[in-house]
Design a protein around this ligand. Sequence first.
Ligand code: PEP
Length: 249
Amino acid sequence: MARRKLVAGNWKMNGDLAALAEIDAIAAAAVANPAVDVGIGVPATLIGPAHARAPRLAIGAEDVHAVDHGAFTGSISAPMVREAGASFAIVGHSERRAGCGETDADVKAKAEALLRHGLAAILCVGETSDQRNAGKAVATVTGQVRASMPWGAASGWLSVAYEPIWAIGSGHTPTLEQISAMHGAIRAMLTELLGADAASMRVLYGGSVTAENATELLGGPDVDGALVGGASLTAAKFVPIIEAAAALT
Ligand code: PEP
C-alpha cells in the first residue's frame, strides 16, 4: 500500500519566540509540497504561538503525560497540548526513555492518551550501539514496538520512528541495508500485532538526517519519512529535507 511520506521535526529543548520565524518558511514548504505530510514538534511553551503563526502546519508536542490531569507537577497532558494547538505528539523518544526512565509501558500509556484525545502519535524506538554490537538490535527494537504499541493502534494515526540511539545527533547513520532490515522487521512486527491495519502505519527513520543524506535515507524500501532533530531547527536545513521527500513521491 502506498503511504504518504511524513517529515517531522523535533526541536527538543531549543527555540524561543524569535525562532518561530523559521516556522513561516517551513509552513510555506509544506504548502508547496502537498504530497508530503510535514510536522514540527516544539517545546510546550511554543505550541500555542507556533500554531497561531502557522495554523495549517501540524504542530506537535515532544511528550505528554499518560493521564489527563492531576497532581503531576511540571507535566503536561494530551488535552492540554491539544487545546494549545498541537495535532500530534512524539512519545518514547530515547532521550526521555534514558533521561527520564520511561518504560515501554509508560510509552504505551502516553500513546493511548493521544488516541483518546484525537492526537496523532510518533512513537520512537531504537537500540544502543552496545545492543547493535551484541547482535541484539532487531530483538531490542521489535520488543519495544510490541511492548509500547497502544491499544487501538489500528490506523494511520500512529507512526513508528526507528531512531538508533547511536545515530541521534552524532552525524553517523546506519547503512541502507541496516535501515532496510530494521524497517522490514518493524513492519513484520506491526503486521503480527495489527494484521492488515498495519499497512497504513508509517515507519519513519530518525538519526542525523540532513539535506545531504535525505534522498538516500528516505528512498529506501519501507522508509515512510523522517524524524529530524538538529536539521529541523532552521528552515534552511529542514525545507530541503521536505523537498527531498516530495521528490521521491
Ligand atoms: C531526534 O532526536 O529525534 C533526532 C533524530 O535528532 P538528530 O536528527 O539531530 O539526530
